[in-house]
Write a new protein. Structure first.
Length: 214
């Protein structure tokens, strides 16, 4: 997943790390549950969720609200933005001319890694990429990166993003990436987590993006 991010941005980002999912029995159980559910399709009003083994179908959904009133606030005058984040996380900003890498790590979960990349002068090729182009890009990387589980549009605080979920070969965990343009900035937020915690940390990822102000 991060290989794709670096290619898109045209930079090399060092630091961070991968979550190594050590509970092999839980991982096998998850994989078995995933296989058992691959033939099921649930339909709700205005949305179809499909878990078939074919390539994911692009979807659009309004992201659920996350309570952020007790979160801390990080401000950066150089890039002209502020953002909230959970109080148990600590931020580690790294800035270059046009790019900022805002890493977040948890004081409670040792291996949790969150990265937010902000590009204040994005290329037209980056900002004009469609949902289909993004999904196709991740499908083409499946052999090296891991299986694409989800690729769809989501709306966060009135801004449309593309949300991608991958089954990562390297760590055995799940990678979640959310990317899109908010005003003049192009944002890419990513986390790597064990499968069992994907719901919990996906909400944190989208909650952080919902608080950004320029």
């Amino acid at each position: 997943m991060f290989v794709i991010l670096l290619i898109v941005l045209g930079i090399g980002v060092t630091g961070g790390g991968y979550v190594i999912y050590k509970d092999k029995q839980q991982q096998k159980k998850f994989q078995a549950d995933l296989r058992n559910s691959q033939s099921n399709t649930e339909t709700t009003q205005g949305q179809t969720i499909t878990t078939q083994p074919t390539a994911p179908t692009p979807q659009k959904a309004e992201s659920p609200k996350t309570v952020t009133t007790t979160w801390k606030t990080y401000k950066n005058q150089e890039f002209g933005f502020e953002i909230k984040y959970p109080s148990d996380l600590r931020v580690d900003p790294k800035v270059s001319t046009d790019l900022m890498l805002l890493g977040m790590k948890s004081n409670l979960v040792k291996d949790f890694v969150f990265s937010l990349i902000i590009n204040r002068h994005p290329s037209s090729e980056l900002t004009s990429e469609t949902l289909k182009q993004t999904c196709d890009k991740y499908r083409q990387a499946e052999e090296n990166e891991g299986k694409l589980l989800e690729c769809k549009n989501v709306t966060i605080n009135g801004v449309e993003y593309i949300r991608v979920v991958q089954e990562l070969k390297l760590s055995g965990g799940r990678g979640v990436t959310i990317s899109g343009q908010s005003r003049s900035m192009f944002l890419i937020a990513a986390i790597i987590i064990p499968p069992a915690q994907i719901g919990e940390f996906s909400n944190i990822l989208e909650g952080v993006l919902s608080t950004i102000k320029f």
